[in-house]
Design a protein around this ligand. Structure first.
Ligand SMILES: Cc1cc2nc3c(=O)[nH]c(=O)nc-3n(C[C@H](O)[C@H](O)[C@H](O)COP(=O)(O)OP(=O)(O)OC[C@H]3O[C@@H](n4cnc5c(N)ncnc54)[C@H](O)[C@@H]3O)c2cc1C
Length: 427
C-alpha cells in the first residue's frame, strides 16, 4: 500500500536543517482549498494561497518533500522544461515574451521565499549547458541570441572548447553556455522551509495520508484512508507519483526513474580543478547527465533515465562510470550516497496544468525540469482558485497526446522512444 514512507536515504535527507512533522488526516476537515501532494507544487500552491488569505489543507501520502522535490539535482534552470516549442507552435510568436517571463518567474518566487521566510537552502548562482556535438553548439548559439534579445546578455558567457578547461575540469565537451541567472540549491531544505512557512501561515498539513479518491461536486471531497477534506477547490499536485483523476490524466504523464550519486567531499584542489566556478551543469544529450557540487563540496552526479519502472539494482554501478567518463580524476572517490526518484514525462514537454472539473485543478508533468516551474505552477494554481485563468489556460489549451492501452504499455512505448534517443545521442 502506498504511503507512510520517510525521505529516501539521500545526501539531502542526511543534511536537512529542519524537521517538520504533521498528523495523519482523520475525521472531517473543511477548508477553502485542499491540495493533494506535498512536494514543491503542493507546498508552493498552499503557501501562495495562504499568503492570499485562503484556508488550505495539504494531504501527503508520505512526508513533505518525500517525492522528486526532496531528492532532485537541485538545479534551478529557467524555462518551462522544453515545452516552449509546442506552445509557440500553438499560439505563434506573439506569446514568446510572456513565455520567457514565465520561464524565470519560478526563480523570483524562490528568491522571495528564501528571503522572506529565512530559508537556508544553499542557493548559489551559476549554471552551464555543455555541448558534446557540433549540432549542440549551434543550439547554444541560438539560445544565446534568444536570451540576449530578452536582455539577459549580462548573465551569459559562451565558452569555446579551448576555454572549457578554465571553467570545468574535463575535455569531454566542445563548448558551453554559462547562464548566471540560473543556479542550484538544496531542494529538500527549500521544500521543508516553505512547508514550515506555510504551516506558520495556518496551512494544515497531513502526512502519511494516502488519498484514495476525489469526489467531484460543488464542494469536492478528498478522501483518504482515515478521513476526508471538504473544500471549495481541490488542486492535484502528485506529479509522477499520482494515479488520481485517471479519466482526465491517464496515459499522458509517464513516470521515469533518474538517479544520483554523491561522492565524499572533494579537496580544495579537486574543486579548483573540477568545478572552480561552482556551477550546476547539464549536458545536451536527450538522456542527459546533470551534476553540481553540494555545499560541503561533494560531487552530486545524476543521470540515466529508466522508463521500465525497474530501479537499477546498484545505482552506483550505473552512474559511477558516467561520472568517471567525464571526470576520470574522481575514479578513486568514495560514494557516500546513492538514490533515485521519478520524474513525470509528458510527450510534448508542456507541463500539464488544467482542470478536470470546474473546481478540481491539476499541475503535473514537468519532464524533469520542475524546481522553478513548480513554483510558477503554485502561483498559477492560486490564481485559478481566485478566478484568474489566463496563465493556466495557456497550458490547458495545449493538447496532450495519450498513449493508448494504459500506463504499462505507455511506459514501454516511452522506453522504446528513449532507445531511439540514446542511439541518436551516440551519433
Ligand atoms: C532524481 C531527480 C533529479 C531531478 N533533478 C532536477 C533538477 O536538477 N532540476 C529541476 O528543475 N528538476 C529536477 N527534477 C524534477 C523535479 O524534482 C520535479 O519536477 C519536481 O520536484 C516536481 O514537484 P512536485 O511537487 O510536482 O512532485 P513531487 O515532489 O514528486 O511531489 C508529489 C507528491 O505527491 C504525493 N502524492 C502522490 N499521490 C498521492 C496520493 N494519492 N495521496 C497523497 N499524496 C500523494 C507524493 O507522495 C509526493 O510527495 C528531478 C527529479 C528527480 C526525481
Amino acid at each position: 500500500m502506498p504511503g507512510s514512507e520517510l525521505h529516501c536515504p539521500s545526501y539531502y535527507a542526511a543534511t536537512t536543517n529542519q524537521t517538520v512533522a504533521f498528523p495523519v488526516l482523520q475525521g472531517d476537515v473543511r477548508v477553502d482549498v485542499c491540495v493533494v501532494g506535498g512536494g514543491f507544487t503542493g507546498v508552493a500552491t498552499a503557501l501562495t494561497l495562504a499568503e492570499r488569505g485562503y484556508k488550505v489543507a495539504v494531504v501527503e501520502q508520505n512526508c513533505i518533500g518525500w517525492g522528486a522535490s526532496g531528492r532532485n539535482g537541485g538545479q534551478m534552470i529557467g524555462g518551462i522544461g522544453g515545452g516552449e516549442a509546442a506552445i509557440l507552435k500553438h499560439y505563434g510568436e506573439g506569446i514568446a515574451k510572456d513565455l520567457f517571463q514565465m520561464g524565470y518567474r519560478g526563480h523570483e518566487i524562490i528568491e522571495q521565499r528564501i528571503k522572506r521566510y529565512n530559508i537556508d537552502c544553499d542557493l548559489k548562482y551559476g549554471y552551464m549547458d555543455v555541448a558534446f556535438k557540433n549540432r549542440h553548439l549551434q543550439t547554444l548559439d541560438e539560445w544565446q541570441a534568444e536570451l540576449n534579445d530578452y536582455g539577459m546578455a549580462d548573465h551569459l558567457r559562451r565558452i569555446s572548447s579551448h576555454e572549457m578547461r578554465e571553467v570545468l575540469g574535463t575535455d569531454a565537451y566542445k563548448g558551453g553556455l554559462i547562464n548566471n541567472r540560473n543556479g542550484h540549491l538544496h531542494p529538500l531544505n527549500l521544500c521543508l522551509g516553505e512547508g514550515r512557512a506555510a504551516a506558520e501561515l495556518g496551512v494544515q498539513f497531513f502526512e502519511n495520508s494516502h488519498v484514495t479518491g476525489i469526489t467531484h461536486g460543488d464542494k469536492p471531497q478528498v478522501i483518504s484512508d482515515q478521513g476526508k477534506v471538504t473544500a471549495d477547490f481541490v488542486v492535484l499536485a502528485g506529479n509522477a507519483y499520482t494515479q488520481l483523476e485517471n479519466k482526465t490524466l491517464s496515459g499522458k504523464v509517464f513516470p521515469a526513474g533518474t538517479y544520483i550519486i554523491a561522492t565524499e567531499p572533494l579537496t580544495d584542489r579537486e574543486v579548483a580543478d573540477i568545478n572552480p566556478l561552482d556551477m550546476a551543469i547539464c549536458d545536451m544529450n536527450e538522456v542527459l547527465n546533470y551534476y553540481r557540487l553540494s555545499a560541503d563540496r561533494r560531487m552530486l552526479f545524476g543521470g540515466r533515465c529508466n522508463y521500465s519502472g525497474r530501479v537499477p539494482t546498484n545505482i552506483k554501478d550505473s552512474i559511477f562510470p558516467r561520472m568517471t567518463k567525464i571526470f576520470p580524476q574522481l575514479a578513486n572517490k568514495r560514494i557516500d550516497y546513492q538514490w533515485g526518484g521519478n520524474i513525470g514525462i509528458v510527450l510534448n514537454r508542456v507541463p500539464m496544468l488544467g482542470r478536470s472539473s470546474k473546481n478540481v485543478f491539476y499541475s503535473i508533468g514537468y519532464s524533469g525540469h520542475g524546481v522553478n516551474m513548480t513554483h510558477l505552477a503554485g502561483e498559477i494554481m492560486a490564481d485559478a482558485v481566485s478566478g484568474t485563468f489566463e496563465r493556466m489556460d495557456i497550458f490547458a489549451n495545449i493538447k496532450h497526446q495519450k498513449i493508448p492501452l494504459g500506463r504499462k504499455f505507455g511506459s514501454n512505448m516511452v522506453a522504446l522512444g528513449m532507445l531511439y534517443y540514446k542511439m541518436r545521442d551516440l551519433l
